[in-house]
Design a protein around this ligand. Structure first.
Ligand SMILES: [Zn+2]
Length: 451
């Protein structure tokens, strides 16, 4: 309910600003009373022989001082950057044309050095800034991202190339909440961005089915990074440590970069969080938040023995490949509607029925969490839902229970463990202490809220 972390800082700075505003509001009518309208301008204030102004000078010397006349300076044109956005289908020739330049100018920049030749690598959404002085083209700045720009500066007949790299300020942030209706809503209330909530769900995607598993009272606590530039957040950083309590079972994951520079999430024992199969092969954020209602409501009726799991979800919800594999069938029948079958290694097959649309073709290789289609109600379906089947050696198994019997996920090498523990135990300590603080302050906040 209350937001944690960085939000507190901005609350405390709001008061001085408010005071300034009040002071300003009080001063303004006073000034208007003292200064006859036309004399409120710089030129009039300069005419100090007028008695009205002299009177004001006595009353408010500081303000008059700041309005002293300034010597008229000769107007010198200052070179200014002019921006243009790279659009779809753009090329350098079109971009230069928009700025009143021609192909000859493009040629001069691009061919002035091997380094400058890289200017041809432009992408939609990037900014190109041109510097002119008296109509003469002086420099070009290619803003690739908020962190990386390249400046091409004219030096006689050449263009010098300079790369500008900015380092974002990384701020550690903590958020946590108890789930009342869905992980997604609880995450939003705790101040997490959509992408951080998705990342959190992805980390646990092999152990928790975020459509069917969550219960009221489940909790999450997450330690993550926010990236700041010039004091403003510009991007979500990585989740460093996260704990999720689902039906009183605690799952913890740490981000770890191993000695071969491979990034992964591991439980405290060093077992990878990445499993062979996702627990729920669809975008859970699109599924109704009212999970209790949905569980009790017999949304779907089957006329034949049911051999899979049904996920009621809006038409258009992305459906993921549950694991790496190959599409063995993608087609349409009057019963299945649009369907996709995926083979995973020798033993496992997953089936996805009633899709609105398919995104893959027969024989195509797919990776875990790749979108293979979208939820629909094609074929014999009473409403939009994903019918999901899991087969082991050609025999239907309940995907809700079979996953525990699957081969164990990879563990870190024994030699890697001391390094892993050295990196992750401080994260565990920090996460635990912040989680405790959250519980404590939640109690006090709810107490004070009743006053
Ligand atoms: Zn079904």
């Amino acid at each position: 309910m209350p937001r944690r972390g960085a939000t507190k800082l901005s609350e405390s700075t709001a008061y001085p600003k408010k005071n300034l505003l009040i002071a300003g509001a009080l001063l303004l009518p006073l000034l208007l009373l003292l200064l006859p309208g036309e004399q409120a301008t710089d030129e009039a204030a300069a005419d100090v022989t007028q008695p009205a102004v002299a009177m004001v000078e006595q009353a408010l010397p500081v303000i008059i001082e700041s309005k002293a006349p300034e010597p008229q300076l000769e107007v010198i044109p200052v070179p200014e950057w002019q921006d243009t956005q790279v659009r779809n289908g753009d090329n350098l020739s079109l971009i230069f044309q928009r700025m009143g330049l021609n192909d000859g100018d493009v040629y001069k920049v691009v061919n002035s050095s091997k380094e400058a030749g890289k200017l041809t690598q432009i992408f939609p959404g990037q900014t190109m800034s041109f510097l002119f002085e008296n109509g003469e083209f002086l420099a070009l700045k290619h803003v690739k991202s908020p962190l990386e720009s390249v400046v091409y500066q004219r030096d006689g007949g050449h263009f010098n190339v300079e790369k500008l790299i900015r380092e974002p300020e990384v701020q550690r942030t903590f958020a946590g909440a108890e789930i009342k209706s869905s992980l997604f809503l609880a995450g939003q209330e705790a101040g997490l961005s959509h992408s951080t909530i998705m990342e959190l769900a992805n980390i646990f995607g092999g152990v928790i089915d975020f459509v069917l598993d969550p219960r009221v009272g489940d909790t999450f606590n997450v330690l993550y990074e926010d990236l700041y530039l010039d004091g403003e957040k510009f991007e979500d950083g990585n989740i460093l440590a996260v704990a999720f309590t689902n039906q009183d079972k605690l799952y913890t994951a740490y981000r770890y970069v191993d000695s071969n520079n491979k990034v992964g999430y591991y439980n405290p024992e060093g077992v990878s969080m990445r499993k062979a199969f996702l627990r729920a092969p669809l975008d859970f954020t699109r599924v109704s938040s009212n999970f209790n209602m949905r569980r009790l409501h017999p949304v779907l009726k089957h006329t034949r023995p049911h051999r899979g799991t049904d996920y009621a979800a809006p038409t258009g919800t992305p459906v993921y490949a549950a694991g790496d594999g190959r599409v063995v069938e993608a087609g349409y029948t009057s019963a299945n509607g649009n369907y996709v079958f995926i083979q995973h290694g020798q033993q496992y097959t997953t089936k996805y029925l009633h899709l609105n649309k398919r995104a893959v073709k027969t024989n195509q290789k797919v990776t875990q969490q790749q979108v293979i289609g979208w939820v629909g109600s094609t074929g014999l379906a009473s409403g939009p839902h994903l019918h999901y089947e899991f087969l082991v050696n050609g025999v239907h198994r309940n995907p809700r229970t079979i996953l525990q019997k699957l081969p164990q996920a990879k563990s870190l090498d024994k030699k890697e463990m001391p390094r892993f523990l050295e990196h992750t135990s401080p994260l565990g300590t920090q996460l635990a202490s912040l989680s405790q603080q959250r519980l404590a302050s939640n109690n006090s906040v709810s107490d004070s809220a009743t006053l």
